[in-house]
Unconditional design. Structure first.
Length: 256
């Protein structure tokens, strides 16, 4: 490691990237091409904090850097800059990157930019082998929102992977679209308890009265005796939320 890289690492640990944010742009762009990977990654980090759009194209080039940490910082910097020019390169990065940390950062960056073009690759990333990538993809889809994401998540409720199904249900609950209600009601019959639980939670958040009969069916058997268990408890909370009652209040006798 070069001497200046050691100094910048120490400064970065002590003060964060803001320590170099007042350097001339030309200096930072030169550092972005440095032979030392520590210098390149530090420059990418600072450029994200600096917020200068002139750095977008040089940072896009660093998405192909041989150093994973530099790619990681370049992806996050592009997310902070928010320029849609970075969308296609970030999509490519998620598809081709071997390092899960970099894939996760690319997914996060796409969520920060908020371009609908990222929806298909982020839906695919819900199946990523890495837990962190899956969560960042879900968060990114929630951030992007819009009709395309709602439609993609409704389709994902039928995915063969239960992990994709329950994440889709969770996202739909956060997006707040009434269009998802019929599909989420169907998911209440899913064979996977995690999927059913997230569908119940989503329906409670959406607050649509069309879900009440299906939710009540999770609370009682055919004799109106109450069911016990996590799904029934979640259904009670969802019903009370839909009816505008505090979820933690004591249920009265009979239907909630």
């Amino acid at each position: 490691m070069s001497h200046r890289a050691e100094i910048w690492d120490a400064l970065g640990e002590a003060f964060g990237p803001e320590v170099d944010s007042d350097l001339p742009l030309s200096v930072l762009l030169e550092q972005l091409q440095d032979a030392d990977a520590r210098v390149r990654s530090h420059a990418a980090r600072v450029l994200g904090v600096r917020g200068d759009r002139a750095a977008v194209r040089p940072l896009i080039e660093r998405l192909q850097d041989r150093d994973a940490r530099t790619r990681w910082h370049a992806a996050y910097a592009l997310g902070r800059l928010g320029d849609r020019l970075a969308v296609s390169p970030l999509i490519t990065l998620i598809r081709t990157e071997r390092d899960p940390g970099v894939r996760g950062r690319a997914a996060e960056a796409l969520g920060m930019i908020g371009d609908q073009r990222a929806t298909p690759v982020l839906v695919t990333a819900l199946k990523d082998q890495d837990h962190n990538v899956r969560w960042r993809a879900a968060d990114a889809l929630t951030s992007i929102g819009g009709p395309a994401v709602v439609a993609a998540m409704i389709t994902a409720l039928r995915d063969e992977d239960p992990g994709v199904r329950w994440r889709a249900a969770a996202i739909l609950g956060k997006l707040g679209s009434a269009e998802a209600v019929p599909a989420l009601i169907q998911v209440l019959e899913d064979e996977n308890p995690s999927v059913r639980g997230w569908a119940v939670e989503a329906l409670g958040l959406l607050g649509d009265e069309r879900a009440l009969p299906a939710l009540e069916a999770l609370c009682y058997d055919e004799t109106r005796a109450p069911y016990l268990g996590r799904i029934a408890d979640l259904a009670w909370v969802a019903i009370r939320r839909i009816r505008g009652k505090p979820p933690g209040s004591t249920p009265e006798a009979g239907p909630p």
